[in-house]
Design a protein around this ligand. Structure first.
Ligand code: ZN
Length: 437
């Protein structure tokens, strides 16, 4: 090694250290405080201990054509190595196949050791007290008080055949799943067919299904509609919806232009009923996944007409995934008294610095409407809801610390208020919204 190279070798770490310090503007005691808060996770898909559990999503993406994930969501994201180490004691800094085989053994052992306590044991490691479980049904190990149910309701706004709506390879896979879910919901009511009249559909299927979900512990319902159609749920009259339903029920299914007023009416009907029985209404609003996903249709501003419906002011809406990449539209929508947003999935998709910029704008405008979420989700045996939960919780807390440190150092808030806002975002806002003690 020449002397010059050796000298450079000494210099580089010093420069690197200084750059690292400059690039991490986090108040360490505020960060420690944020890490001590036992969070309420507004949105996740925990996997139950049932063998081959498939209830953790209504619209899983394993049947749609392959597409490119943004780099942080890929299985080779190096941060996942830290997740494996912290969660399961993974001793390696690479991901060779023999090492991944050992990871699978470590995970299997943790599951065997913990039994049905395993999902709650994962929550303990993530600093999450209560996680809202977005699932078709709760399941073994996914039970109150640590888990609260968020049920799927898109099937309820799709009572007619959907053949004409399957306009992309993605939708050709996703729509038939909703048809199967509606049959499952009918079976849960002891029904085998849909009624011929719209009035009977509302009173013997839609309302009783929502009431069943609430009885079985749901605190919210969830629309994944943005995977299927735009979020523009426009006003539609009962007479209009009734005509579409009664003319087409049991038939081959209308075009979207004909079907839309029925779906729009049902969205608002479901939201109104949810408000009446105390269920919050979650709406997926973000670039979803899939090579054919319709980004223009998932902009949260498309929900404004529904949010402005005076009949829906009792319903509490949550913009799930914050409306990304339109978080400023979300700020506009916070102007309605019944609109909230979570930052689930954004801790997985974005770097902490990118997420911090979103949070700083939200927390500087409507801090009482912001909810933490992880979007813990199973991709594979190695990268499951545990790892994505770790990522969402770790990056989410770091982003919160960066945003609040910035607000504190710029003199916008003092330390007490920074701590209070951190508690609101991580826990108190959700506790109030869902009545969780
Ligand atoms: Zn999700």
């Amino acid at each position: 090694m020449s002397r010059r190279v050796a000298a450079l070798g000494l210099l580089v770490p010093l420069i690197f250290q200084r750059a690292t310090v400059a690039q991490t503007p986090i108040d360490s005691s505020l960060y420690a405080y944020i890490q001590s808060i036992r969070a309420i996770d507004n949105h996740a898909h925990p996997v139950s201990m049932a063998p081959l559990d498939s209830d953790y999503d209504a619209l899983p993406l394993d049947g749609i054509p392959a597409f490119d994930f943004p780099i942080r969501l890929r299985a080779d994201n190096p941060e996942l190595l830290t997740a494996w180490r912290e969660l399961f004691g993974y001793p390696y800094t690479d991901r060779t196949e023999p090492h991944l085989a050992e990871l699978r053994r470590l995970k299997a052992r943790a599951r065997a050791d913990q039994g049905e306590r395993y999902p709650a044991w994962i929550l303990d490691k993530l600093g999450i007290d209560v996680q809202l479980a977005n699932r078709m049904a709760l399941g073994p190990g996914i039970t109150a008080p640590r888990f609260r149910w968020v049920s799927f309701v898109d099937a309820l706004i799709l009572p007619l055949a959907t053949k004409a709506l399957q306009t992309t390879p993605d939708r050709a896979d996703l729509y038939p799943r909703e048809t199967r879910h509606l049959r499952r919901y009918l079976r849960a009511l002891g029904l085998s067919t849909l009624p011929n009249t719209f009035a009977a559909y509302l009173s013997t299927v839609v309302t009783p299904t929502l009431e069943r979900m609430q009885r079985e512990g749901a605190v919210a319902i969830k629309f994944e509609a943005a995977y299927l159609r735009p979020l523009s749920f426009d006003p539609a009259s009962l007479a209009q919806a009734r005509a579409v339903y009664e003319r087409n029920i049991g038939g081959r299914g209308p075009t979207m232009a004909v079907y839309k007023p029925l779906q729009d009416f049902l969205f608002r009907y479901v939201a109104r009923e949810a408000g009446r029985i105390g269920l919050a209404v979650h709406v997926h609003s973000a670039d979803g996944a899939g090579g054919y996903f319709e980004a223009a249709g998932s902009n949260p501003i498309l929900l404004e007409s529904a949010f402005n419906d005076p009949a829906l002011r009792q319903a509490k809406f949550v913009i799930v995934h914050g409306g990304w990449p339109h978080p400023r539209n979300t700020i506009s929508l916070f102007g309605k008294p019944n609109v909230y947003a979570d930052f689930s999935f954004l801790g997985n998709l974005l770097t902490a610095h990118m997420l911090a910029e979103v949070l700083r704008e939200w927390l500087s405008t409507y801090p009482e409407r912001v909810l933490f979420g992880s979007d813990a989700y199973k991709d594979s045996e190695e990268v499951g809801w545990e790892e994505w939960g770790w990522m969402g919780a770790t990056v989410g807390r770091k982003a919160l610390a960066i945003a609040l440190t910035g607000m504190m150092r710029d003199g916008e808030i003092d330390r007490d208020r920074a701590q209070e806002i951190a508690r609101m975002a991580l826990r108190d806002n959700a506790a109030k919204l869902y009545g969780i003690p």
